[in-house]
Unconditional design. Sequence first.
Lengths: 620, 164
Amino acid sequence: MTAPALRVAGDSHVGKVRRTNEDSLLVEPRLGLYAVLDGMGGAKAGEVASRMARDTIRDFVAARRGALPPRQLLEQAIAAGGTAVHRAAKASREHHGMGTTAVACLVTEGKRAVIGHVGDSRAYLLRGGRLQALTRDHTIVEELVARGLLAPEEVARHPHKNVLSRNLGARSETRVDLLELEIQVGDRLLLCSDGLYGYAATEAIQYLLGSGDAPDHVCRDLIELALRGGGGDNVSTVVIEAPGQAPTSTQVVRTNGAAAWWQKRQRFLAIAKERGLTRNPIVRGLDPKEALELVALSLCEAVFHDLERSTGVNVWTFTQHLAGGWFERGGDWASIRGVIDILGASARGVVDEVRAAEPQLGILLDVAVSRALVVAELALGGLLSDRLRQVDTDMIELASQRDTLQSIPEFSEVPEVTESRDTSERFVDRPTIPFLRPDRPVTGAGISAEVLDGVHKALTIARARTNPRAELIKQVLVALDAIASEGSESFGTAVLSARELYGVRAIDDAGVMPLFDALDQARILTTASVHQIQVPEGTRARVLRAISTAHQRLVGAMTGLVLEAVAPFSDRLREAQAATGKLRDQLARAERRCADLERRFATVADDDGHLWGAQGDTEP
Amino acid sequence: MTGAGADMVEAVRVLRDEVLDTVQHGDREPPGAEVFDAVLRALAVGGDTVPGLDLTLHDAVARRLAWGDGEEVVLADAESVFDRLLIAVERAFRDPADQMVVAEAATLVAVTVARVVAHAAVARASRDRAARLREEMAQRQLQEALEQQQVTIALLEDEQKRDY
């Protein structure tokens, strides 16, 4: 068996939190064998387990290749690795309970690949610009989903989502999942540990893998990506590339896509003009040509440069400058929204024309330009979020200044500003929403550097253990970090964080309860993570106390916001009840008036001298 | 969180007066007693449970709300118990591991109380919304009746003017 000519590279990094690297790599082009293993267990047992399994797999394949078909060869090799780890764990008390995950790829003649895996290390395939996962994690929740016992949307909230259902070493015999595929020209295979996908968005992995750079550069970039995302776990990657003439989608966009876009810049300006860009208040005072060049052409250039380099930094900067400058001048939201909408529509118009002429290129350009527009929206959202945060800070600062002034005798006579709505019923005597309590400081008390460091480490580990798609839980963890850093009296930070988390929600169970689910998941994660940091026991207790207090503050502030949000419902009900009462009174008056008139008729005699109502239909 | 055992529960139970400030509030149902009891139950049971599974705590909070305590008051009591408990435990327990067990239980209960209160508030908002709809329907019917009465009054007044 000779392995086909492939370009392969592997790299591993200890990460930013762990002290030892328990991952192991296997890159054996001579055997066509590649693997990533992620060890687990106390002390250095994880390291021992992953190395032992790696060596056993390599030796098994080297000894039996040719004697067994590739599928059985890889399956038995991985199983042998598991058996070796299991025996060692049983033999030594020091290594008791150790284990490892494994994802391995055996490339055979004819460019066929067999992929085997156990645990939550993954294999991905990038083909035609699209990234697909080849493996399914062996975790308890994934098994439950596969058996139909758990809905996929519940995975992110499940308390055992990180618990492995299978690993090498837990049992003497291990079931290995296998997959075979034909490697095509231009394919890229990625083997990685959870330290990569736990810290990096799938889109970012796809982008780097499809960048067209050499595999060793890609490995290095992927690790850098995970480190920038927090680096809370060991991270290992192996990239296997079948080089060929077919350019990657990223390369196509960088060259043909960018060129096609730039050739259409006059069309872009024309559409922008048609859609009324020159009439927008943002460009008031400029002549139309100048307005188009300053706004539309600048965005067109930014998109072009971003397409060339596969980044979003130019569009981001453009949007930040445009919207930031407008807001600083006191501009309104509708105008900037209008400009971005016009530019987005112009971009889509250009892409449609490219797509009509060259469908394949058009599809790729569509994706790339859509991404640029999303970046613009994100930049806009970031600015709005900053403005909201500033307003909140100013409000808290003003409330604090007011309380300080009122505590000084000569200012105590200043009449307090009262709300038009009567709040005495809602906030009886112990209001909960922190910024409404004048006795509470809004700035933090001290927290020791040692505890602060422990808090950061624990929360970093917790973030590493969070499902990458569980955005709400991640936000809660970030908020806890900020609140805990401020100390136990950091109510201001808790309120700001709660406001950010709360965002805009429906006032019902479906809208509100996910917040509390996320808070509870974060509690479970942080508690487990505190036990993993390496600090003296006394410090660990203080770290847990700091995080618990932060958690309580965040939960309190969040519930306070919910109470604020539901208060108008009671107010509106009271108003409606008052209006109904008023109508009832009016109706009663009208009925009395009516009866009165009818009574008068009853006293009027008709032409024959009979009184009205004498027949008994109206009372006299 | 692991099961803390009877000793731990008893050790925390002796802090009741201090945590609930019974000197100030009296021994009979001091504010936040339901939260303290929930912490004891969490310590006795141990282990992570499904959020809000403590039905006794649900019941106790619901009863307080039904008796007229505001949601803010219930929440403030829970916060006060949480703070006082952590302070008392740090002083009373020398072993950091014991302190951590209590802190974990207290956080679990704090999240559960918040969830129960938020749930009650959202349910109240739904009821208020439904009641407002009923009020608006009643208003429409009243408005129609009022308009009819006004027409009748106008007719009667006209007739009366003609007759006189």
